[in-house]
Design a protein around this ligand. Structure first.
Ligand code: ACO
Length: 392
């Protein structure tokens, strides 16, 4: 029988020019740039252009993309209506984003056109509207009036503005910009694979992005940063009660979770067997933010917890090479810019829409149907028995 690649671990599906993940070296290349050379400097609009066009934009191209995105930021009545319903039902924000993105197809002028130009226009429209969907849902959920987008602001700053109604501090804006650039694409992860599978059947951009949002929602993929931060808060509470140090509390917590067969959120990765390079970029951005104006105690506690988690996991799970992943510092950075925990995963999706849509465009060019096989392990030779003759 053919060898089964469970979870498709190590299987190379295709070629991509979008990102290269080197799990052994702990290195991430996005559109030809080392992550460190791109994420802290680029506007998110530049990173989107890079993935969609395989080069950086010049000033006039950037300005055109900005205008296209600004005009696609405002959501229509039907989208607003479903977000009101989602808020009333207290749905998880990722569900609101999934439902909201689906409604964007109602505004598509030509849903049967599958040319590259139209698909790129769809990618721009979805990327532009996603922050408005999340912010509108969130404000409705919090019993507040949604804030209209501000066309003078860049994508990242406008997202913060629509959430809070206040123009963000430049450090917070830069923090979100760096975050969005850092997680925009990451090889053949589960949600990107989902988007590629969907478009490979010659389906459409909306279906691919909606499916990918569903895949990202799970805690083994994009749903971990909230719980990672909650762990640090929980440990701080234990310290206040016990008088122990946070390192002692973290040590006891990891042992307890691992003994119960649980997982420490924000640690371990299918591909990275050294520290996730995204954790470094986000860690530096978080440090800058927290040392500027934030809760330095939280930042320092998080660093202590991280150190202990890695040590204890190495002791309890030797050889598994469980290191800090992107989610741990995502949590710290996004908390530092003032985002509520429940918006961490949707903010991840707001960025990854860039990578998903670029992968969709690449997959359309490739033109292959993705269709693996499964080894049958069920019964054979069963005989049909009429219902009246079957045992109770
Ligand atoms: N805490 C405790 N133990 C862990 C952890 C963890 N975070 N991660 C892996 N392990 C253990 C497993 O229990 C397993 O132990 P065993 O060999 O005794 O059975 C071993 O390490 C290998 O685990 P796998 O699930 O086979 O590793 P895989 O590479 O498939 O898992 C994953 C990667 C899903 C990310 C895992 O490390 C995990 O669950 N981490 C916590 C959740 C998390 O942080 N998710 C975000 C990932 S980043 C992203 O997707 C953007």
């Amino acid at each position: 029988m053919a060898k089964i690649a469970r979870g498709l671990a190590g299987v190379i599906l295709t070629e991509t020019r979008l990102s290269r993940v080197d799990g052994e070296a702990g290195e991430l290349v996005i559109g030809g740039f080392l992550l460190d050379d791109l994420a802290p400097f680029a506007l998110f609009e530049e990173a989107l252009f890079l993935l969609w066009n395989d080069r950086l934009p010049n000033a006039s191209e950037l300005s055109t993309l900005r205008e296209q995105m600004v005009s696609a930021r405002t959501i229509h009545g039907i989208t607003r209506t479903v977000l009101e319903k989602a808020a009333e039902r207290n749905l998880p924000p990722m569900d609101a984003l999934r439902i909201g993105v689906d409604t964007l197809s109602l505004q598509d002028a030509d849903p049967y056109d599958n040319t590259r130009a139209t698909n790129l226009r769809r990618a721009i429209a979805i990327a532009a509207a996603a922050p408005t969907i999340v912010a509108t849902f969130w404000r409705l959920h919090e019993g507040k009036q949604p804030v209209e987008p501000d066309e003078a602001l860049n994508h990242a700053a406008n997202y913060l503005y629509m959430l809070t109604g206040e123009k963000p501090h430049p450090d917070a804006e830069r923090g979100v910009e760096t975050y969005l650039n850092t997680v925009i694409d990451h090889g053949m992860n589960a949600s990107t694979f989902t988007a590629r599978v969907i478009i490979s059947t010659q389906s459409d951009m909306y279906s691919a992005i909606v499916g990918a949002i569903g895949a990202l929602k799970g805690p083994l993929h994009g749903g971990a940063p909230g719980p990672a931060l909650d762990m640090v808060f929980d440990l701080q509470k234990r310290v206040a009660e016990s008088g122990n140090s946070i390192s002692q509390e973290a040590d006891a917590y990891v042992r307890q979770v691992v003994q119960a067969d649980g997982r420490i959120m924000g640690f371990g990765h299918r591909v990275y067997k050294v520290r996730d390079p995204r954790a470094d970029v986000l860690g530096r951005a978080a440090e800058k933010l927290f040392m500027g104006a934030g809760d330095t105690q939280l930042y320092e506690d998080a660093r202590r917890v991280e150190k202990v988690v890695i040590q204890v996991l190495e002791e309890l799970k030797p050889g598994r090479k469980l290191q800090t992943n992107v989610e741990f510092y995502t949590a710290l950075l996004l908390h530092g810019v003032g985002l509520p925990t429940k918006l961490f995963s949707p903010t991840f999706a707001i960025s990854r829409i860039g990578g998903w849509s670029a992968n969709v465009l690449e997959q359309i060019d490739e033109g292959n149907l993705i269709r693996p096989r499964a080894a049958y392990s069920g019964e054979l030779g069963r005989k049909w028995v009429p219902i009246e003759e079957r045992a109770d």
